[in-house]
Design a protein around this ligand. Structure first.
Ligand SMILES: [Zn+2]
Length: 492
């Protein structure tokens, strides 16, 4: 039977009872979906893969009718199957109570909130609580790192940061934004009556038997308050060196670098390029019970039991430099400073790297060799850099084109968007890095007073592969688009 109109499938149950004992992964691999139509069991096949489907179906020895679809219709049905599967997989890790609380479709919930705002008088009302809970639930489901709530003149918007990019989640009626912001303030111990000054807080939300640590920042803007919530990762999410996803050569060099007992390793790159994940992966690699590892971070992005983490708190005078100074009195072996952004921090960091500590930090520069100039600008002398710096990694996270919907367009591939990728055209990211090792050649170049671009040229001749060329490879082989390549610095 050939089915022409996919719309007849609107309410198709793609999880009929009779598939319970069938390996669904194999089913899908063989381009086969099973369902019931008018109480008859059907196997639905993609007409381009009839042989595969029929072959596998024969092995199953099921008594089913066979129906086939054209590629496009099959694809659409398959997406629907995947969506349900994703929901089912996720739901199975939730208790019944939690499902009640979180599984409300939050688009319809916001519709409800819109039309019933007159009965909502405070942030403790059940729909508001439900809505805020569902935001956390949806953010986890979509693998978002941050939730943004913005107020505009006529409405509000909730956006999620997914794979480093903001994606619109839902519109909010102007009248309920305040209630939502207030609810968030209540759970983060912030002052709900204070709307004119920025506030920072923290909250813990329990979802799927796991507690989720969330850092909350509220900022007054012209049209109202703006909230950004960063979901902090727990240590089980810290990737290993291999899982960071750099190429094998780099991963090997990281191991060699991290075997030093003292010296400084720097990671550079713009915000959102994965610097702190890399640093935490480095720490995880070297953490052993006999080492005292202390960090000073802003914010603490991963919570780990193996290391002592200090959160910068400018209000109470705990800055990177003052934190670093007190760390040094705590007899550390390894120190991680979230960022070197002033000469005081730079000086203490270099000093401690020279006096038997392994020092890890980040720096804001465009490329690896520019780190030298940056340190010199912060008042560090070249000979100190040459004797303390071990290596500089410049990194970017490049969004990968969604394999389900990317399209070849002339020389390159472009993003389209489908249900697999939240209609963004991208799914997942790949790390690319340029590693500048301070070897004897570099030390003598520093001694001769060579400028960073001259050192860069010399290193290139010696085989340093630039970040821009690595990005270009990803664009050419279709891993990512030209636009994304340019965004992350292909032409830099
Ligand atoms: Zn897609």
């Amino acid at each position: 039977m050939k089915i022409k109109n996919i719309n007849t499938f609107e309410n198709l149950n793609l999880y009929p009872d009779f598939i319970e004992n069938i390996n669904s992964e194999l089913l899908v691999k063989n381009h086969l979906l099973l369902t019931c139509i008018e109480e008859k069991a059907y196997a639905i096949l993609d007409e381009n893969y009839l042989a595969e489907g029929l072959n596998y179906l024969a092995k199953l020895s099921l008594h089913v009718e066979v129906a086939f679809l054209d590629e496009d219709s099959y694809e659409r049905l398959f997406h629907r199957y995947l969506e349900h599967k994703k929901d089912n997989d996720l739901n199975s890790s939730f208790s019944e109570d939690e499902k009640e609380d979180f599984l409300e479709d939050d688009l319809s919930l916001s519709e409800f909130l819109k039309t019933s705002s007159d009965i909502l008088t405070n942030e403790e009302s059940a729909p508001i609580i439900k809505f805020v809970n569902s935001l956390f639930y949806q953010a986890i489901k979509k693998n978002a790192s941050d939730i943004h709530i913005e107020t505009h003149d006529d409405r509000g918007i909730v956006r999620f940061r997914i794979d480093g990019v903001l994606v619109k989640h839902v519109d909010l009626d102007k009248h309920i934004i305040n209630l939502i912001v207030n609810r968030i303030k209540v759970i983060s111990n912030l002052d709900i009556s204070e709307k004119r000054v920025p506030q920072d807080g923290r909250t813990i939300v329990k979802i799927a038997k796991k507690s989720l640590d969330i850092r909350v920042s509220v900022l007054p803007t012209y049209y109202g308050e703006r909230v950004v919530m960063r979901m902090l990762m727990d240590s089980s999410k810290i990737p290993t060196l291999e899982e960071l996803g750099f190429d094998e050569d780099l991963t090997q060099s990281f191991r060699a670098l991290l075997s030093h007992s003292y010296g400084m390793i720097l990671v550079t790159g713009p915000t959102g390029s994965g610097k702190s994940t890399t640093l935490h992966s480095f720490l995880k690699t070297i953490a052993t019970p006999e080492k005292n590892i202390i960090t000073v971070e802003d914010p603490v992005e991963y919570k780990t039991n193996d290391i002592n983490q200090i959160q910068v708190n400018t209000k109470s005078g705990l800055t990177f430099s003052s934190g670093l100074r007190s760390i040094l009195r705590q007899d550390p072996d390894v120190i991680m400073v979230g960022e070197i952004r002033d000469s005081e921090t730079a000086k203490i960091a270099i000093q401690s790297a020279l006096t038997g500590h392994l020092m890890l930090s980040t720096l804001h520069t465009n490329n690896t060799t520019a780190a030298i100039t940056r340190l010199v600008d912060m008042g560090i002398e070249e000979f100190l850099i040459s004797s303390s710096l071990l290596g500089v990694l410049a990194q970017r996270l490049v969004r990968k084109l969604c394999v389900h919907c990317k399209k070849e367009d002339g020389e390159f591939f472009t993003a389209t968007g489908c249900s697999h990728c939240n209609f963004t055209g991208y799914a997942g990211r790949v790390a690319v890095g340029e590693l500048f090792l301070i070897d004897d050649d570099v030390k003598s170049m520093l001694k001769e007073g060579m400028k960073d671009f001259e050192i860069r040229e010399a290193m290139q001749k010696k085989g340093l592969v630039l970040l821009s060329s690595k990005i270009e490879v990803l664009v050419k082989d279709g891993t990512t688009s030209l636009q994304e390549g340019l965004r992350v610095g292909m032409r830099d």
